[in-house]
Design a binder for this molecule. Sequence first.
Ligand code: 0X9
Ligand code: ZN
Length: 451
Amino acid sequence: MMQSVWRLIIINSWILFLYCYANNHFYKGYEVVRVLPKTNEHLQLIRHFEDNYGVDRWSEVLTINRDVKMSLPRKQAPKIKKLFKQHGIDVKILHNDLEKLIQKSDDISKQHKIRTKRLTVNIASSHLTGYLRYQEIVEFLKEQHRRSPPLRNFTSLFSIGSTHENRSIWTIRIGKPSARRNILIDCGIHAREFISPSTCLYMIDKLIGEVNNGRVSLLSVFNIYIIPLLNPDGYEYAQTERRMWRKNRALNGYYHNPDSKCIGVDLNRNFGYHWMENGASTNPCSETYAGPHQDSEPETRSLQRFIKQSSRHWDAYLTFHSYGQYWIYPWGFALHMPDDYIELNNKATIGSEALKRVNGTLYKIGSAANLLYESAGGSDDWAKGVGQIKYVYTVELRPSDDMNDEHAHFAFMLPETFIEPVGQETYVGVKGFLRSLITSRSQKSLSKNKY
Ligand code: 0X9
Ligand code: ZN
């Protein structure tokens, strides 16, 4: 009897070990390369690999004569590189093992935690030293909500909906209940962009700090609603299984059709405004799969419902992504500009200049399609086109995507040492932007945007 119990324990431990090993080493031998497309045919070839061979493009911009960074699955890498070369595309290998790059980022993070010795000692500061897990984020929000003076009702905490895997999408409101103008901020639409949720948490902590210190000038004008993690299913999957996961965890009809094994919808291609017109895929295996139809995903619909159902006037919507250091505005679906693009550009300049004054970090400003690439279905385009919010921005946080930048190689794996500097500068940038809204309010847009 004892013997068979031991045998069972040993077998189970082996299974667990093999499972963990397989998960932790998923990216072993994945190559990160840089290619230079020179013709339209080259661009098409890259898109073809993205859709069919698990090629994962990391660079925002896909256009002729601009370097593109991408990762290639280990088994497919030789074939893909050969085909690139046959078609006259230059390929430069940047890393021959993505796993090592992830490890390097993790090691820097671990040393940082040891140095700052704040490990999990205090939930109120743990968000500064590590990329928190979903449950830790929920605890953090509850703690922050408790921290603000309860009688003055400066914060509220609620869920705007739940995900495929039944996680709540938590939202915190910070501001004087009498404040009549509203700002919406979200983070973590894309799972692997860990610096985004951490930046939302940073801002929540600082805003509530300001409430407690009586510095409430901004918060008597605005109620700021922050959704720190819009895609918790994808985020948890990236935290535990596949560090480079981008989409949500939709099963894509797997139960009806077990042949379709590819999971996840790119939430930033799923929003129903000029859906599928550009830069999105109908292939569930693609990283930019737009979903079976527009607005198909619970995360998408939760955000839309929240924007539409409330009788609030929204002054601005900011959505935080990474990476590249871009402060961009609509449209993403096409190259033409919104009528009020000069105002959008001016306010983005004010925000990014305030941000730059903190650590010298430079952001580029422009419309999504012009600065990056045309892609439809983004939350930003929907917020402006359907939600009728005037000031809408996607902010692509650090690192820069300029190859000469010393941190560019970290891409989505920005070590946890960056949480504080990125949080600090972004918070100052957002405050600068918000202040500029107070001084120049457009009455016209106020009357337009009412549900
Ligand atoms: O492609 C995206 O969804 C965003 N870049 S990311 O690397 N974070 O994935 C940019 C979105 C810009 N906005 C629109 N295209 N609407
Ligand atoms: Zn993103």
